[in-house]
Design a binder for this molecule. Structure first.
Ligand SMILES: Nc1ncnc2c1ncn2[C@@H]1O[C@H](COP(=O)(O)OP(=O)(O)O)[C@@H](O)[C@H]1O
Ligand SMILES: [Mg+2]
Length: 216
């Protein structure tokens, strides 16, 4: 994903604005509303990008704090929206209304979601499809998040190997996304695993402990 001034994120965001301006006469109210949306999306994307950049520069994850997972899922969906739309992928969310907060590093949660969501998009590049992100609390009080796609799917014999360092089936792949994801999730005492779907595609799940009163 390119994140410079020519990025698909920016080009895609401008399209509705240009459409309203191209009207005869130009629809300025709608253009203004479209411009405000672009600014809002751009600010949120810029926040996510700058925190990811600072992580890669220093190598030190930001400290753990009380965070709203629903908000982070929303930010990552906006950040990857242009990439998803480019490949005709629709994104859906099913987030529990009473999802508890997590005590976690925002940047690490962004990394986990970015890795799983980019993999989902990459699995549907040739076909388009649906990406669904769900988050709920399970009966053990753990927060379970899943990212599913309707893409190429997983062969049963590869299901553990995909988490190995440098295991990739992509010409430009690093094979490190899932390795990093697993190490972050395990540093919270959580678990990450993958399932083939009943229909096409795969689902990745991870668990994280909810914020406890002791942590606040
Ligand atoms: N959603 C998915 N659907 C199908 N295969 C996947 C999916 N996510 C990961 N994989 C497989 O796991 C491999 C490792 O993924 P990852 O560690 O993120 O590295 P990379 O994306 O660089 O290949 C991928 O190359 C692919 O074969
Ligand atoms: Mg990857």
């Amino acid at each position: 994903m390119r994140l410079n001034s020519q990025s698909p994120l920016r080009l895609q965001a401008q399209t509705p604005l240009l459409r309203w301006l191209a009207h005869e006469p130009p629809d300025l109210d709608r253009a203004r509303a479209a411009a405000a949306r672009i600014e809002q999306d751009a600010n949120r994307a810029a926040d996510v990008i700058s925190s990811l950049q600072s992580f890669y520069r220093t190598g030190i994850p930001t400290k753990r704090q009380s965070v709203d997972l629903k908000e982070i899922i929303g930010e990552m969906t906006i950040l990857l929206r242009a990439e998803a739309e480019r490949y005709a992928i629709a994104t859906h969310q099913e987030i529990d209304v009473c999802l508890p907060r997590l005590f976690a590093s925002r940047v690490q949660l962004q990394q986990i979601l970015m890795n799983l969501m980019l993999n989902a998009i990459e699995a549907m590049k040739d076909t388009g499809g649906e990406m669904t992100i769900k988050a709920k609390i399970d009966s053990n009080g753990l927060v379970v998040t899943s990212v599913s796609d309707t893409g190429v799917g997983l062969a049963a014999e590869n299901i553990e190997r995909i988490f190995d360092p440098f295991h990739t089936t992509k010409p430009q792949g690093t094979g490190m996304g899932l390795t990093i994801t697993r190490s972050i999730v395990e540093s919270y005492g959580g678990r990450v695993w993958a399932n083939p779907n009943q229909g096409p595609g795969a689902t990745f799940h991870f668990t994280l402990p909810r914020e406890t009163e002791a942590q606040i």
